[in-house]
Design a protein around this ligand. Structure first.
Ligand code: PLP
Ligand code: ZN
Length: 432
C-alpha cells in the first residue's frame, strides 16, 4: 500500500506555532497501520492509536556508516548518531553511553553460566541508562523550539531530564510519585529545575502528564517526544554488539517498566544488521525481568497471551513500577518472537540479587538491577542458557539511589570502641 504523508490535525492545531520539523527526521510512521506523519511532537497515530516511530533511510545510512566510522566517533552514544533521530552537531550531551561491558566470571560461576557479561549502565552521568534517551530527547526538544521540558518518571528519568535540562539551559518540570526513595529525589532536585511530587503511583503521574502534554507547550520526553526519546535505548544494543567484537549476544536479560528499553534493544540489533554493521541477522533471545509486585509484561509472557493486564504496583523496585506499560504489548511480542522468556522476582529475591552482584562483581545496582540479577538466576536454574552461549545482563541503574531498600539489611559487621584490645578480642572470637 502506498502511504502519503498525513498531516495530523493535531500538528496544525497544537504545534503550528513551532513551525519547524526536526531537520534530521522528516517523517514519523505508525507502527501498526504504517501511516506517515510529518515529524513533530506527536506520539500516537490518529487513526489506530498505535505508537509512532521515526522513519530512517537505511540504504542511505548503510552507505555512510561503518565499524570504522563508529570507532572514530565520540566516546558516547553520539558515535551512533547515524541511527539516532537527532542532529549530532547540536546535541545536548553530558556524556551518556559507552559504559563498560564487563566479563562477569565470578557471578557466572555462582549461577552456572558459561559466558556472562554485565553491561554496567550505572556508569552514566546520572547513573542510569535514562541519560541515553534524554540526551536524544532534549536535543530534539531544543530543535523543535521548546523552552520547557518535562517528563513523568519513576525516578531515573527525572534525574536525567533535570541534569540535561540544566546543561541545555532549558526550563524543566519533572513529575514523580511522591513516595520515591530519598536518593532519587535528592539526585533530581540538586540540578535545579522544578520537581513535582504527585500523590499517587506512576500511572497517576503519567495520566497527569499526558493531559498536560495535550496543551502542546512543553516537550514531554516520554509523552509527545516519545518517538524520538525511545530510540535512544537502541544505543545499549549498539554498544553491547560493538563491545562483543561486532556480534550480537545469544541472550540479553532486560529489566522492564514501560517496555521501551526491551523493544528498542531488539530494534537496535536489527538495524545494525540492516545497515551492514553486523554480518549475521541477530539471533539474540530477549528476556524480560520484572518484580512480582509489578509484573504485567512477564505475566503476559508466562500466560502465553499478548494481552497486558494492568496491575497496581507494590514492590521495592519502584523504578520499574509501571502498572500499565505503554510498550508492554511490543515488549511481550519481542520476547516471544525471539524465543525469550520472562521471570518475575519477589522483593526478597531483589535484595539478594543486589547483594549477589555487589559481592561477586563489585557493582552496586539499584533495585532494578536486583530484579535483573534475580531473574537471571532463575533463568539459569531453569536451563534457559545453553553451554557456550553468551549472556548479557543489563544493569541499568545505580544502588545509592535506592539505598533505602537495603536499610537494616546491610551494615557494619562489628561495632567496637576505637581500641586495639577490643578489636583483637573480636578477631579472636571470629576465628574461635
Ligand atoms: C533503572 C531502570 N531500568 C529499567 C527501566 C525500564 O525502562 P522501560 O520503561 O524502557 O521499560 C527503568 C525505567 O524507568 C529504570 O529506571
Ligand atoms: Zn496507525
Amino acid at each position: 500500500m502506498s502511504r502519503s504523508a498525513y498531516r495530523s490535525p493535531a500538528i496544525g492545531r497544537r504545534f503550528f506555532y513551532l513551525g519547524v520539523t526536526v531537520a534530521k527526521i522528516e517523517q514519523l510512521q505508525c507502527r501498526e497501520c504504517g501511516r506517515s506523519y510529518e515529524s513533530a511532537p506527536i506520539y500516537v497515530c490518529d487513526f489506530c492509536f498505535a505508537p509512532l516511530e521515526p522513519v530512517f533511510d537505511y540504504d542511505d545510512i548503510a552507505s555512510r556508516i561503518s565499524r570504522e566510522s563508529i570507532k572514530e566517533g565520540p566516546a558516547s552514544i553520539w558515535r551512533y548518531s547515524e541511527l539516532l533521530p537527532a542532529p549530532s552537531d547540536r546535541r545536548v550531551d553530558i556524556g551518556a553511553g559507552l559504559t563498560p561491558l564487563l566479563k562477569a566470571d565470578r557471578l557466572a560461576a555462582e549461577l552456572g553460566i558459561s559466558s556472562l557479561y554485565i553491561k554496567n549502565d550505572t556508569a552514566n552521568p546520572t547513573h542510569s541508562f535514562k541519560d541515553r534517551v534524554v540526551s536524544v530527547a532534549l536535543t530534539v526538544a531544543r530543535e523543535m523550539g521548546f523552552d520547557t521540558v518535562s517528563c513523568a518518571s519513576t525516578g531515573n528519568l527525572a534525574n536525567a531530564v533535570a541534569a540535561h535540562a540544566a546543561k541545555a539551559r532549558l526550563r524543566s518540570f519533572v513529575f514523580i510519585p511522591a513516595n520515591l526513595e530519598q536518593g532519587m529525589v535528592i539526585t533530581t532536585a540538586i540540578y535545579g529545575g522544578n520537581l513535582v511530587a504527585v500523590e499517587g503511583n506512576y500511572d497517576h503521574v503519567n495520566k497527569l502528564c499526558s493531559e498536560t502534554a495535550q496543551k502542546g507547550e512543553w516537550g514531554f520526553v516520554n509523552v509527545n517526544l516519545r518517538p524520538f526519546y525511545s530510540e535512544g535505548s537502541k544505543t545499549l544494543a549498539f554498544e553491547v554488539a560493538e563491545q562483543l567484537g561486532w556480534r550480537s549476544p545469544d541472550h540479553v536479560v532486560v529489566p522492564v517498566a514501560s517496555g521501551s528499553l526491551l523493544t528498542k534493544f531488539r530494534k537496535g540489533l536489527q538495524e545494525y544488521h540492516k545497515v551492514g554493521i553486523l554480518d549475521d541477522a541477530p539471533h539474540t533471545k530477549v528476556h524480560a525481568a520484572q518484580a512480582v509486585g509489578c509484573n504485567p509484561v512477564v505475566a503476559a509472557i508466562k500466560g502465553g497471551t499478548d494481552v497486558i493486564r494492568p496491575v497496581k504496583p507494590d514492590t521495592i523496585a519502584k523504578s520499574l513500577a509501571i502498572g500499565n506499560p505503554a510498550d508492554g504489548y511490543y515488549a511481550a511480542a519481542a520476547v516471544s518472537e525471539t524465543g525469550g522468556t520472562g521471570e518475575d522476582v519477589t522483593d526478597e529475591e531483589i535484595v539478594s540479587g543486589i547483594r549477589l552482584l555487589a559481592s561477586t562483581e563489585g557493582i552496586f545496582a539499584e533495585t532494578a538491577g536486583g530484579v535483573t540479577i534475580a531473574a537471571l538466576k532463575k533463568m539459569a536454574e531453569a536451563g534457559v542458557f545453553a553451554e557456550s552461549e553468551t549472556v548479557v545482563a543489563l544493569i541499568t541503574g545505580m544502588g545509592l539511589k535506592t539505598a533505602e531498600a537495603l536499610t537494616g539489611r546491610v551494615g557494619p559487621n562489628f561495632h567496637i570502641s576505637g581500641n586495639l584490645d577490643k578489636f583483637e578480642e573480636e578477631m579472636r572470637l571470629l576465628s574461635a
